[in-house]
Design a binder for this molecule. Sequence first.
Ligand code: MG
Length: 159
Amino acid sequence: MRIGYGNDIHRLEEGRKLILGGVEIPFERGSVGHSDGDALLHAVTDAILGALALGDIGTHFPDNDERWKGADSSQFLSEAGRLAKERGFEVVNVDSTISIERPKLRPFIDEMRGNIAGALGVEIGTVNVKAKTSEGLGEIGNGLAVKAEAVVLLDSKDD
Ligand code: MG
C-alpha cells in the first residue's frame, strides 16, 4: 500500500471564478491561478502523485505551459489516476479538507465528491470532502485565500 499527501493554496480575488472540486461556486471572489485554480483537485492530484513517488503537479503540468492556461483541473486528476492504474495501483480512499471562510460549501460537497470519484473511476463512497472556516484567523480567515489538503491511500491490485 502507498499513502500520499497533498496541499494547495490559492489567492482569492474579484473577477475570478471560484471552482472547487470541479464545481463552480457562486461567490464574489475566485481563485487566482494559471489553470482554473481548483485548490481541492490540485491537492488530491498531488496526494496521488505523492503516493506514487512521481513528484508533484508542477512537474507534470507546469504553470508556464500555455496548454494548462485556464485548464479544467479534472484533467490533472484523471492523469494522476491513470498513472496510478498504469503502475498497478487502485485508489482505496481519498480524504480531504477545504479551508475557506466564505461561502458555505455544504450544498456543493456531494457534487465535488462525485467529480473526484468520476475522474478517478472509483465509487463516490471512496471520496470524502470536508469544509471548514479558519475562525477569522490569518489569510484564510480574512477571505484572502482558499486552501485544500488531501490524503490518499493506494493499494497494489496484485495482492
Ligand atoms: Mg494549485
